[in-house]
Design a protein around this ligand. Structure first.
Ligand code: PLP
Length: 443
């Protein structure tokens, strides 16, 4: 690939002049300008190469520019670039059947959306319609997307200036390292978090609660792998009180945990099969090559709309280019053992490597994760667990970029989230870079 450095300069100045960015004050932004990527590698207009350990927004599960996915999109573009959602379309049906095959269990239909937020929006709507109830319970440590109900279901700071939707109630999920329940063991944390959730359900009035919406493994909030028994306990509470259970697998689905979904990932479920009623997805389903998301719907909820009208839709629901990217992605992931690779990388390379890193660096308070989905919780003091300041995170990011690693950070954490195609050699190179960057910052 030839790189024209002047194009990088032009990309930067056009962006600064005309592009309005997400979640930011616009004035002082200085966005990085990538020129291209392949697999785990991404490069800038100076030709400097970086290991992409962010997977962008934790979505390029298959890596950059996977040739089979690019070819599938090109081939579909030659056949039909767009089609109304009311028509039947072969590639949409193929995408839905592949997703359902991977979800297994009692799921029978897929409703396609443009991304993750509107997937949650529509899942919430389905839950309200089938229960005739209103409230949605979700956790404070969560992100569910930037639309009406999804952003109010979100627990983090992004909800607060956007609270225009009604019927949302928040609770605390389990997080042993920073326990809200004074717990000291995973079992205690699980039990007490379930007790807290049940008390919230009772206090809110079970007859008013349509849905419990949780990220199976909360992602942006810190890769909070739930303790044993928690997800099964939430399922039991949903059953006991007639509440629809929605698992948001937008970030944690489609290979990131080393399984097709987090709700079948032993580290998250303790080995039990926990079936939600609705699963929302986006990101990894086609690695974001063309925007797409959706809701995987259980038989009983799908059947509820056999006679009743579902009052929802999108012009681009099941867009053929996005569907072709899904088919190309899911086939390549299966054919090339990419999900197995993510599991192997987590078990043999990233997990042990990051734990060894934590032993050498007092800044790392806890290492959490599974597959290619990890967080380093950074602390100013390992005893009090006081989070490091934003300045430390800023410094670390600079040191990592200087050494050729594109990082992902959130609050006081560095999330280690490479594509599922990452190789052992790339992990070794990345671990050496993290090691040097921590050493530089600690000095
Ligand atoms: N749900 C989760 C768990 C997410 O991580 C995200 C995005 O980061 C969303 C929903 C929103 O997805 P999108 O940005 O595609 O609307």
């Amino acid at each position: 690939v030839t790189i024209d450095a002047s194009e990088g300069t032009r990309a930067f100045s056009l962006d600064r002049a005309h592009v309005f960015h997400s979640w930011s004050a616009q004035g002082a932004l200085a966005p990085w300008v990538p020129a291209g990527g392949l697999g785990t590698t991404i490069w800038d207009y100076e030709g400097k190469r970086y290991l992409d350990f962010s997977s962008q927004l934790v979505n390029t599960n298959i890596g950059h520019q996977h040739p089979a996915v690019v070819a599938a999109i090109k081939a579909q573009a030659d056949v039909m670039t767009t089609i109304a959602p009311a028509h039947a379309n072969i590639v949409r049906g193929e995408a839905a059947s592949r997703i359902l095959e991977r979800a297994g269990g009692h799921f029978s239909k897929v409703f396609f959306t443009n991304g993750g937020a509107d997937a949650n929006e529509n899942a919430i709507r389905m839950a309200r319609l089938v229960t005739g109830r209103d409230k949605v319970l979700s956790t404070y440590r969560s992100y569910h997307g930037n639309t009406g109900a999804a952003v109010v279901a979100t627990g983090d700071w992004r909800r607060v200036p956007n609270e225009y939707a009604r019927g949302h109630v928040h609770f605390f999920g389990p997080f042993l390292y920073r326990s809200e329940f004074w717990a000291t063991t995973p079992e205690q944390e699980s039990e007490r978090a379930l007790h807290h959730l049940e008390r919230v359900i009772q206090a809110e009035g079970p007859q008013s609660i349509a849905a419990i919406l949780i990220e199976t493994i909360p992602g942006t909030a810190g890769v909070l792998v739930p303790p044993p028994g928690y997800l099964a306990g939430v399922r039991a509470l949903a059953d006991a009180y007639g509440i629809v259970l929605i698992f948001d697998e937008v970030m944690c689905g489609f290979g990131r945990t080393g399984e097709w979904f987090s709700f079948v990932t032993p580290a998250a479920t303790g080995g039990e099969r926990v079936q939600p009623d609705l699963v929302t997805f986006a990101k990894g389903v086609n690695s974001g090559y063309v925007p797409a998301g959706g809701v995987i719907i259980s038989d009983s909820i799908a059947n509820a709309f056999d006679e009743e009208v579902f009052p929802g839709g999108l012009t681009y629901s099941g867009h053929p280019l996005a569907m072709a990217a899904i088919v190309g992605t899911l086939d390549a992931m299966a054919d090339e053992g990419i999900v197995d690779n993510a599991r192997m990388i987590g078990e043999r390379h990233l997990g042990p490597g990051l734990r060894a890193l934590a032993e050498r660096h007092p800044l790392i308070g806890e290492v959490r994760g599974v597959g290619v989905f990890w967080a380093l919780d950074l602390v100013a003091d390992p005893v009090t667990r006081e989070p490091v300041s934003p300045a430390i995170i800023g410094r670390l990011k600079k040191e990592l970029m200087a050494r050729g690693l594109l990082p992902f950070s959130a609050d006081n954490r560095i999330h280690v989230v490479p594509p599922c195609v990452v190789t052992p050699d790339e992990v070794a190179a990345a671990l050496a870079i993290y090691d040097e960057a921590f050493t530089a910052v600690e000095a």
